[in-house]
Ligand binder design. Structure first.
Ligand SMILES: NC(=O)c1ccc[n+]([C@@H]2O[C@H](COP(=O)([O-])OP(=O)(O)OC[C@H]3O[C@@H](n4cnc5c(N)ncnc54)[C@H](OP(=O)(O)O)[C@@H]3O)[C@@H](O)[C@H]2O)c1
Length: 301
């Protein structure tokens, strides 16, 4: 199976290319990695040439403008990059009967539910920030393209709170902030009332390979590691693994000024994978990631 990945140099893109390279269905040529030079969200029509040159059977669309605060500061650009560009890709794929798996986010939901349950695929999306709105627009345009063309399959994989190399994920930013706080003799502030499911890009990539292998990409999938965490709980886990000497002060999200408003309860109810096995709990995945995280942090220091 010829599988192309957009955003192949990104956090998830790298993990996907690596997991696909090991998948028996990829064949000796391996996956087709499209980085920004091949598929730029600011010039999405360039994908037509890529599709006709590389002739994939499936495209996994992992490229996005994932800077949620940047999206909040420029919502129109966010809509173009995460909405319109996804629509352009979907139309081009559907016109060629190429399957598409578009990666989306928990931030399509408002996070206001209070019953302690996670959001299911058929819950009504209602984004509370421009990043979520732009990703939902991407979902909508892709769905429209496949419904109109009546050819190929569309899958949407929503996920949340991704971590993994390369740096600048939440764990690496927390370690940086912990260093600054320790040097200044101050506590580290961490938000206690925003919840999500930290998800390791390697586990997500393996789950996507499983969907492809079982020919089960169609529909909306919620793929996240197990167990809920608040930002503060995740920060504590990271700081403990690094052995950092810093006091953590739990604060309310209302005291944390940032351009984007994250959903408070950003929990996705995982949908079943073909194996019937859920992804492991996020602390177990963090244990696998910790050595690489700590190496990268020390190299930056
Ligand atoms: N990160 C999260 O916590 C999270 C949570 C839920 C869902 N998601 C979704 O998961 C997918 C993968 O996210 P990620 O964390 O792997 O993102 P990432 O590391 O920021 O990677 C995004 C990729 O998109 C590429 N890209 C192409 N054109 C771009 C343009 N004009 N502007 C900005 N980037 C452009 C980037 O290229 P360069 O490498 O050249 O920069 C990069 O490879 C995205 O669909 C995202 O919305 C992410």
């Amino acid at each position: 199976m010829r599988v192309a990945v957009t955003g192949a140099s990104g956090r998830l893109g790298r993990a996907l290319v690596s997991a696909l390279a090991d998948a028996p269905f990829s064949g000796p040529a391996g996956p087709i990695a499209w980085d920004r030079a091949a598929f730029d969200l600011d010039a999405p029509e360039g994908v037509l040439e890529c599709l006709d040159r590389d002739r994939p059977e499936v495209v996994i669309h992992a490229a996005a403008w994932s800077d949620v605060d940047g999206c909040a500061l420029d919502p129109e650009l966010a809509l173009r990059r995460n909405g319109t560009a996804t629509g352009t890709l979907a139309e081009a794929c559907a016109a060629r009967s190429i399957d598409l798996l578009a990666i989306s986010t928990n931030e399509v939901f408002d996070g206001r539910r209070t019953d302690g349950r996670g959001y299911a695929p058929d819950d009504r999306p209602a984004p509370v920030n421009p990043y979520g709105a732009s990703k939902l627009e991407g979902e909508r345009l892709a769905t429209h393209a496949y419904e109109s063309a009546k050819a190929g399959s569309l899958g949407i994989v929503r996920t949340a709170w991704l971590f993994g190399t390369p740096g600048r994920d939440f764990p690496s930013r927390i370690l940086e902030a912990a260093d600054h706080a320790a040097a200044a003799g101050e506590p580290l502030r961490a938000v206690a009332d925003e919840w999500g499911t930290p998800t390791y890009v390697h586990d997500l990539a393996e789950a996507i390979v499983e969907l492809l292998a079982a020919d089960a990409i169609a529909g909306i999938h919620h793929v996240v590691n197990g167990h809920v965490a608040s930002r503060a709980e995740w920060a504590r886990d990271v700081v403990r693994r690094a052995g950092a000497e810093v006091v953590i002060n739990e604060v309310s999200s209302t005291s944390w000024q940032r351009p984007s408003t994250p959903p408070r309860w950003g929990i996705l109810a995982p949908t079943p994978l073909p194996s019937g096995e859920p992804l492991r709990a996020w602390p177990d995945a963090m244990a696998d990631y910790a050595p690489a995280l700590l190496r990268a942090t020390r190299a930056r220091a």
